[in-house]
Design a protein around this ligand. Structure first.
Ligand code: NAG
Ligand code: NAG
Ligand code: NAG
Ligand code: NAG
Ligand code: NAG
Ligand code: NAG
Ligand code: NAG
Length: 530
């Protein structure tokens, strides 16, 4: 009797499953939820260009712990208005488990919060990628001797089953990413990460709903392009999910992260190196949709003209190799979420143009690593007390024509149109600002002034800007010092003369040579003492 009872129960279960159009024990989506299958290539096209909600749901230990308050829906209005088509939502789960092995239960409130933020994104017609983020630092770091790979695999499976269950009925505008930048340095780690991609796929398929058809972005070690080319293997063919590869790009390191005084970018060698990196990933995966899920050149860390040139070249190169991009924004660099203002609107405009194949006009700037001084057509620097002279700034119009130039100021609301051949002249692709015009801004100031910005309208939506800065040399409490003790800092009190930021800092020894360290001794003059 028992036997027939349990087989009746089985039959009943399977009848239920067929009736509800679902597989196994997974989620059954209500008929009101919609899902139109999309290929990974179409998804990557559709989310391009994308924006990262950085340092928010990924903050350790929770949303609000870092520099951003909990996200509000209007942030995604700002993102959409700026021309972005999707949002990567990095999420750290490590501090939201309510039980340990074997269940690894995730707090339902946190799952609900993530689900709600996903809805804020897709309700605005923006695509979304959800991931497992700084868990890769905490419990999934494969390079730590203490990490038990079996436990990582079990935990990731339980975690993705719960995420997959919670998000099972989201539309095709939501994709998954196995794990963010999981550390891995060996081929063995590479194999583990290939297994983790399959484990994520199994878990979300088991979770049911629309997950069997959902786009997934799979990863290699560190989401590093080179390691991905070395060790990535395609997922098990039993999974039918559309998939592509996600990797991240922050190169060259010294320019992007302002290391060792590096403030220039854009030489032919710089461009060739960037293109070789992007081309190599495409060359290894000719038939796989590719997305660079994080990249940036932040206004906080990079010289303006070099940054604009980097944006333009990086984005055109990504497009050339059919690779979509998602800008990293930690909340302190691009979008000021509180004021709804983009800190570098020109860079965002360059982004939109480059993605659409529209050529950007760009300022010229020093790119030669052996140069002893640096020029940037994004700025006019004038030393207080010096005579005002004409200033010629070279640009790369790149097929654009100059429409007009107007002057904006933080202290006035009305923009003043400049008169061609009086306030400025144009010769080929050089704009010369005439000294009488510059004098109206620069003299006779009683003290150095705030930056003023003439805006050459060379771009389609947002003009390039040239920032005029008058400076004076600040006073240092001392101009010489014995070397500080090993591993201690040298502090020099400074009295600013207007602008409270240095244009350059140079450390020179008593013999006139630069104060190099064991690394900067090999770099160009601009970096040696700076
Ligand atoms: C159930 O899973 C099988 C194998 O993965 C698949 O072929 C089938 O379409 C699925 N059925 C439904 C209703 O999703
Ligand atoms: C770019 O990649 C997508 C997805 O892999 C593909 O559908 C499309 O044909 C590719 N476009 C070009 C120009 O190669
Ligand atoms: C790793 O974890 C598994 C599963 O909990 C356990 O069986 C195994 O003993 C652990 N290995 C080590 C080396 O601790
Ligand atoms: C594959 O990637 C490697 C870098 O890991 C690169 O050297 C190689 O040229 C790439 N292959 C192709 C065909 O692009
Ligand atoms: C500034 O211009 C005046 C008049 O042309 C000239 O006499 C003076 O030498 C100049 N000063 C400097 C520092 O160039
Ligand atoms: C002045 O120009 C800036 C930059 O183009 C623009 O954002 C601003 O709205 C303009 N101000 C006025 C009053 O037109
Ligand atoms: C300073 O510290 C480094 C690294 O700890 C050491 O190699 C070097 O010899 C030290 N230099 C001096 C002057 O003590």
């Amino acid at each position: 009797m028992r036997v027939s009872h349990s087989s009746a129960a089985l039959l009943l279960n399977s009848a239920f499953a067929v009736a509800q159009s679902t597989n196994g024990t997974g989620v059954t989506c209500p008929s009101t939820s919609k899902f139109t299958p999309i290929s990974a290539g179409k998804f990557f096209d559709a989310i391009n260009p994308g924006w990262n909600l950085g340092n928010t749901l990924d903050a350790v230990e929770t949303e609000g712990s870092w520099n951003n308050p909990p996200v509000v829906a209007s942030t995604f209005d700002d993102v959409k208005k700026a021309g972005f088509n999707g949002v990567r939502l990095p999420v750290t789960w490590a501090y939201h488990f309510t039980s340990q092995a074997p269940d690894w239960t995730v707090d339902e409130k946190w799952l609900q919060r993530v689900s709600d933020v996903v809805d804020m994104v897709t309700d605005r017609g923006l695509y979304a990628i959800v991931n497992v983020h700084h868990d890769s630092w905490t419990w999934a770091d494969l390079t730590q001797a203490s990490t038990n790979v079996t436990v990582v695999e079990e935990r990731l499976a339980k975690l993705w089953f719960q995420i997959g269950t919670k998000l099972a009925c989201k539309s095709e505008m939501v994709a998954f990413e196995t794990i963010n930048e999981i550390p891995g340095t060996t081929a063995e780690h590479g194999k583990v990460i290939n297994r983790l991609n399959n484990i994520m796929l199994q878990a979300v398929n088991d979770a049911g709903g629309f997950n069997a058809q959902r786009v997934v972005t799979l990863v290699g070690a560190g989401e590093d392009g080179v390691k991905t080319t070395q060790w990535f293997e395609r997922p098990d063919a039993k999974f039918k999910n559309p998939w592509g590869i996600q990797y991240h790009y922050y190169s060259p390191y010294d320019f992007i992260f302002q290391a060792w005084g590096k403030t220039t970018w854009g030489s032919d060698a710089d461009k060739a190196s960037l293109e070789a990196d992007i081309a190599a990933v495409r060359g290894n995966f000719t038939d796989v949709p590719l997305i660079i899920g994080e990249w940036a050149a932040s206004p906080v860390a990079t010289e303006t003209a070099a940054r604009w040139r980097y944006f333009d070249f990086f984005l055109r190169t990504a497009a050339k190799y059919n690779t979509s991009t998602i800008l990293w924004d930690n909340g302190a660099d691009f979008l000021d979420r509180a004021s709804h203002q983009w800190r570098d609107g020109v860079a965002i405009d360059i982004y939109r143009n480059a993605v659409q194949g529209v050529a950007n006009a760009l300022p010229d700037s020093t790119t030669d690593g052996s140069a002893t001084s640096q020029q940037s057509s994004a700025y006019i620097y004038h030393k207080k007390g010096a005579n005002v002279t004409d200033v010629a700034l070279p640009f790369h119009f790149n097929g654009n024509t100059l429409k007009d130039i107007s002057l904006t100021s933080s202290s006035t609301t009305a923009n003043k149109s400049l008169t061609k051949d009086k306030d400025y002249t144009v010769s080929a692709e050089t704009i010369t600002f005439a000294s009488p015009f510059l004098s109206t801004i620069l003299t006779p100031p009683s003290k150095p002034q705030a930056p003023r910005k003439p805006n050459p309208h060379l771009l389609r939506r947002r003009p390039l800007t040239v920032t005029i800065i008058q400076y004076a040399t600040p006073v240092l409490a001392s101009t010489s010092s014995p070397l500080p003790a090993n591993s201690s800092d040298l502090l020099i009190p400074i009295t600013w003369a207007g602008q409270t930021r240095p244009a350059a800092v140079k450390a020179v020894k008593s013999d006139g040579g630069y104060l190099v360290d064991d690394w900067t001794q090999y770099l160009g003059p601009l970096q040696q003492g700076g």
